[in-house]
Structure formats: C-alpha cells, structure tokens
Write a protein that binds this ligand. Structure first.
Ligand code: ADP
Ligand code: MG
Length: 400
C-alpha cells in the first residue's frame, strides 16, 4: 500500500487508562559536555507524552541518542540530560532508568502508577557490541514489547529505519502513531501532495546525488524549482558555465543537463553569488555574477540579485517546500542567502514546509522556528517520505 493512502491508528484510538504505554520519541538532540544545544526535538515530543499523562497512562519513553559503538560512546550519549529537560517541559517528574533492560527497569515499571513517566536509557546502548537495536534483533523487540501494553511511535526522525525500538515493538504490541508523526504526515503528505498553486520548491545543500530522486519527484509536482548551494553549481556547470573552483558533482552533470532540457522553464538558477578561495569562514569574500566568477573562487552563497529573483517567485507562491541551505549557512560569511530566503518566506504568507536536517537547523538558528507552517523533525526521513518511499517505522503501525 502507498503511504499516502493509509490511515494509521493514532494515540487517540486507544483507551490509555492504567495501561503501560511505550512511546518511541526522537529525543536525539545535540549535546555538548552534558549541555543540550537545541531542545527542539524534545519540545516537539511533549504533546503526545502530555496526552498520555492526561489520559492516566503509565508512560514509558524510549529514544535513541547519537550512535553507540564503544563504551565511551555510551557515556557521551546518555539520555540523562534529556530526562532533566523533559521533566522541565512537562512540568512533571521523569524517572530516568540508566539501563535498557534488566531488573531496575522492570521493577520501576512494576511500581508505576497512572501518570508516572519513565525515560529509559538510550536504545542504542543495545548497539554495542552487536547492533541489536539497529539490526532489529527480534529478541530485543520482544523484550521491550513485554514491558508495555500499547506502543505509540512518535519518532519521525527514525521512521525510515527498521529498528527494534520502532518496528520490533510495533510488530508485537497494539500500535498507533503520536501527534508529531501525524503532523509530519499531514504536512509532508497531504499538504505537499495537494499543494495550493503556485507550488514552489527551493532546493539547496551540498550533495546533489543524495537528492536526485527527490528532485525527480518534486519537479513533476512543482510549478518552479529554485536552486541554490552546491546543487545549483552542478546545474550551472551543466549549462556550460565556468564556475571556477566551486564544488559540484561530476557524476550528476548529465542528470542536471537532462533536467534543464526537460524542465527549462521550471528550474531557476542563481545569477550572482559570494565566494572565497577556500571552504572556510573568515576569509576575504568575493562577490560576482555567476557569469564572471574570478579565478580560484568557489561560490559559497547566493547574492542579492538572486535573492531579488527568488523573491519574485516566493511572493507569488501559495505553497513552498524548502530543503537545503542555499549557501554555507554555518559560516557567518555565507549565511546571507539562507537568512534572506527565510525572511522572504516568512513575509510571503505562503504555506511553508521545511524538510532536511541542515535547513531545519538553519531556520531555527536564524530565529524562524515559529515563522513557517511546518519544520520537519526528520532529516533523511522527510526526504525519503517525499520521494514516495515507505517508511518502515510508520508502515508497521496498525491501520484504523
Ligand atoms: P539538508 O540537511 O537540509 O537536506 P544538506 O545536508 O543537503 O541539507 O546540505 C547542507 C550543507 O550544504 C551545509 O553543510 C552547507 O554548508 C552546504 N552548502 C550549501 N551551499 C554550499 C555551496 N555553495 N558549496 C558547498 N557547500 C554548500
Ligand atoms: Mg544534511
């Protein structure tokens, strides 16, 4: 069955009273020296957890954090700091269990009362040494399932993976999706499948070859595609332009040429840009038209003429999907283009859906967290969904 045709059970379809409800969240936030740098994913998980508490469930939360392939990784990727933040956001006690299986966990669950909340240690502790979580070890999925009565998947960011903590548990327990996944499916699915026209796509980012299937899919649906970032370089090169030292992908030149031939009127490329003579922040910045890039310069951002051109399309659009920063937005020298795109999108009044890890991070970093209709919490998952791929973590959930 195609994902867009399915109607999955949601948390609202279950009677949660006194039930042990396992909620798989995506609490995979960046942490440095025990400090959470961006709590957006925790905030996005609150609604479903709150609902379970309000409906008198015993709430058992599972999440992964980073990757674990050594004992040191375990220390670095403990969910303990997340339990503290989650407790603040929920305004309720969150009991942190520092193990992924065993007597401490089992006894804690045994003693739970309705409205109690437990956060279990990082599911990927089970990946060391033998990848039990990431390879969906059936014994592990069965064990976790034995701890609950109902399973709710609300981890969109890992829905494109077949792991024990999503697919493994869902293949055993009665299952539904949470509010976050429901919202992701609505915005990335319904809204973008039936867009109010004109429908505009903005694509940037570094590597085009990852995104070829997405571009192929979107170009048929969208009225226009604006390109920036490294992707645009490959298209400019395919047009025969001399992009000097700019990063592009040789293997995707023929793809880009074919797209330009087939969709000449749809694909809009940058006309000017900023660059430097190395992929580095803080160096001297060069500005030029794309037709006139100085020797030795690599283009790292779009320029004001391009912003003006892009704004004309953005301001006419009724629906916009944006993926990929249009410049190296993590360098302060080259954040201009991405910031301007954010501001123009904000002012446009269009339905704006942002997908992709780096684009979402940029939008949030520049202060546009609440300016768009939806910022997806899934990087890879959002693109795979838009490509039309089945996401195993959602596919396994029961139909209504
Ligand atoms: P997303 O995660 O939103 O899908 P990507 O991962 O595809 O986005 O791309 C993000 C990366 O693209 C960023 O690290 C950014 O620095 C890089 N990038 C953007 N523009 C350029 C450019 N002109 N040249 C090289 N890299 C670029
Ligand atoms: Mg990325």
């Amino acid at each position: 069955m195609k994902m867009e045709d399915s109607m999955k059970k949601t948390i609202k379809d279950f009677d949660l009273l006194n039930k042990r409800v396992i909620i798989r969240c995506d609490l995979n936030v960046p942490i440095k020296d025990g400090v959470i740098l961006d709590d957006n994913r925790i905030r996005s998980s609150v609604k479903t957890i709150k609902y379970a508490i309000d409906n008198n469930a015993k709430v058992i939360i599972l999440s992964h954090l980073g990757r674990v392939s050594s004992e040191e990784d375990k220390i670095k990727n403990s969910l303990y700091p997340v339990s503290i933040r989650l407790s603040e956001l929920l305004n309720t006690k969150v009991e942190f269990i520092d193990e992924t299986r065993g007597h401490v966990l089992e006894n804690a669950i045994e003693n739970m009362k309705p409205k109690d909340v437990i956060l279990v240690q990082n599911t990927r502790y089970e990946d060391y040494p033998d990848k039990k979580e990431s390879k969906n070890d059936p014994e592990l999925g069965k064990y976790w399932a034995s701890l609950g009565d109902i399973f709710i998947n609300d981890a969109f960011g890992t829905a494109h993976r077949c792991h024990a903590s999503n697919v493994g548990i869902a293949s055993i327990l009665p299952s539904g999706i949470g509010f976050l996944i429901e919202q992701e499916l609505k915005m990335l699915g319904d809204t973008l499948n039936n867009p109010k026209k004109p429908y505009l796509v903005i694509m940037g980012g570094a590597k085009i070859n990852d995104k070829i299937p997405v571009i192929e899919k979107l170009v048929t649906k969208a009225d226009y595609i604006l390109l920036g970032g490294g992707i645009a370089n490959t298209f400019l090169k395919a047009k025969g332009m001399d992009i000097k030292s700019s990063v592009y992908d040789k293997d995707s030149i023929s793809f880009a040429s074919n797209m330009l031939k087939k969709y000449e009127d749809k694909i809009i490329l940058p006309i000017d840009g900023y660059g430097s003579n190395a992929y580095q922040d803080g160096l001297e910045v060069s500005y030029s038209d794309m037709t006139n890039i100085p020797d030795g310069i690599m283009i790292l951002d779009i320029g004001p003429k391009t912003i003006k051109l892009f704004s004309e399309y953005i301001n006419k659009a009724k629906t916009v999907f944006w993926n990929g920063p249009v410049g190296v937005s993590e360098f302060s020298n080259f954040e201009y283009g991405t910031k301007q795109v954010c501001q123009t999108l904000k002012e446009s009044g269009a339905i704006v859906v942002v997908g992709g890890g780096d684009s979402a991070a940029a939008a949030i970093k520049f202060g546009y967290k609440d300016s768009f209709s939806h910022i997806s919490t899934g990087g890879g998952a959002s693109l795979e969904f838009i490509e039309g791929k089945t996401l195993p973590g959602i596919d396994i959930i029961e139909e209504k």
